[in-house]
Design a protein around this ligand. Structure first.
Ligand code: GUN
Ligand code: ZN
Length: 434
């Protein structure tokens, strides 16, 4: 007998495949009156309420929701914890934005009390927005990652994070050295990687802020420990790309810098990739690397429009990222709202089911966690959301005109935000309630 068993009855929707591979209809399952059964923090059954209810004991506790949709928890494949306090900073593009706003804000994380305070705020904000797993950049200070993992561990969240490695081209107050970044990352890996549902990501900020020695040691960490993640930025901004060419003239291009230092692989996630060429997409796909598509950031920092159809052509793993504080919202619903417009500006479409895939199963695949999160298949972690059709007066009125789940889903992504997330569950426990 399971120690805790609970059931949740509502409309239920999840992705089971990439619409680009199987077509829209085969990419999802929808239960208009569905039932989700949780045993000890894992999903044990999913189906139509009429079919599952007779199989359950009469005394099982059932939470029944009207006008609500259960979905998997959202997965944010790129976000910066120490930029929480500077989201929405005015007027600059990437390189000036980093120097003017980002680096001063991140410098405060040398203070553990500050790191603790922001980690609490940051995790609350993730959960308020329905994000149950995130791939997180800390600051250069190891304490930023300790504070984050301490807070995530208390709630038994599945989270991935790493200390930024940056040993050049940043203010003196914010750089490490190749050697200290290696030693500090190693200590964090030993303490956190594989503890509960926590994972570590080796985190060189981007090629311009790491010396060849530091990139070499980042690659070495990846070979020393199994299943480590690697996260960095790539080809976000045209001036950034020119700068990388100047700093690494011997390399073929931006991706080739990371390739040379053996940073590509199945657990490597590259944020942005707005200006990647065909050849680079092919190499990313060949190595099983993933891209984090960050539309609110790409628009806010004037970086450009991510070419999702090109990524699909190469069968590249793509997840969705908020990139707060370059991105302007913790909400993956709002991020999808902007993703849709990014596609519109390129004469392409983004179906609501592809959007659902990007925010859930696509993110899980980018992180190689699709057997644990990203959809509601039995055996998965019970990380799920209850989305409220009546979250705002306009949403409520608009959804009354909806004719089907495709329309409902699209409207949730267009009008929805943190207010839409009525409840967030992680490992079967309620971790946010509006
Ligand atoms: N490239 C290097 N660092 C950063 C960062 O903090 N944010 C974004 N958007 N791009 C970067
Ligand atoms: Zn970023």
């Amino acid at each position: 007998m399971p120690l805790t068993r609970k059931a949740y009855r509502a409309a239920i929707l999840h992705s089971i495949a990439d619409p680009a591979e199987v077509g829209i209809e085969a990419s999802y399952e929808y239960f208009e009156d569905g039932l989700l059964v949780i045993d000890d923090g894992k999903i044990s059954a999913l189906g139509h309420a009429s079919e599952l209810l007779p199989t359950l004991p009469a005394d099982i506790e059932i939470n029944h929701y009207q006008d609500a949709l259960i979905t998997p928890g959202f997965i944010d494949t790129h976000i910066h914890l120490p930029q929480t306090g500077m989201v929405g900073s005015y007027g600059e593009q990437l390189l000036d934005w980093l120097n003017t706003y980002t680096f001063p804000c991140e410098s405060q994380f040398g203070d553990k009390a500050h790191a603790d305070e922001v980690a609490e705020i940051f995790i609350k904000e993730l959960l308020r927005n329905g994000t149950t797993t995130a791939l997180v950049f800390g600051s250069v200070h190891p304490q930023s990652v300790n504070s984050f993992f301490e807070a995530a561990e208390k709630l038994d969240l599945r989270m991935i994070a790493g200390k930024v490695m940056m040993d050049r081209n940043a203010p003196d107050y914010l750089v490490d050295t190749a050697e200290s970044s290696y030693v500090d990352s190693k200590a964090l890996i030993e303490r956190w990687h594989g503890k509960g549902r926590l994972h570590y990501a080796v985190t060189p900020r981007f090629a311009p802020t790491s010396t060849p020695e530091q990139l070499t040691l980042a690659g070495q960490l990846l070979t020393e420990y199994p299943d480590l993640y690697m996260q960095t930025h790539i080809s976000e901004n045209l001036k950034e790309i020119e700068w990388v060419k100047e700093l690494f003239p011997e390399r073929k291009g931006y991706l080739d810098v990371y390739d040379h230092y053996q940073l590509l692989g199945e657990r490597s996630v590259f944020a942005h990739g707005v200006h990647l060429c065909d050849e680079e997409c092919a190499r990313l796909a060949e190595t099983g690397s993933a891209i984090s598509f960050c539309p609110t950031s790409n628009l806010f920092l004037g970086s450009g429009l991510f070419n999702l159809p090109m990524a699909e052509k190469h069968k590249l793993n793509v997840g969705l990222g908020t990139d707060v504080g370059g991105g302007t919202s913790f909400s993956l619903l709002q991020t999808l709202n902007e993703a849709y417009k990014v596609m519109q500006l390129q004469g392409a479409r983004l179906s609501p089911f592809k959007s659902l895939y990007l925010a859930t199963l696509g993110g899980a695949r980018a992180l190689r966690l699709e057997d644990k999160i990203g959809n509601l298949q039995p055996g998965s972690d019970a990380d799920f959301l209850v989305l409220d059709y009546n979250a705002t007066p306009l949403l409520s009125y608009r959804l009354k005109q909806s004719n089907n789940i495709a329309e409902t889903l699209f409207v949730l992504m267009t009008l929805g935000d943190d207010r839409t997330v009525q409840q967030t569950y992680a490992a079967g426990a309620l971790v946010h309630q509006r």
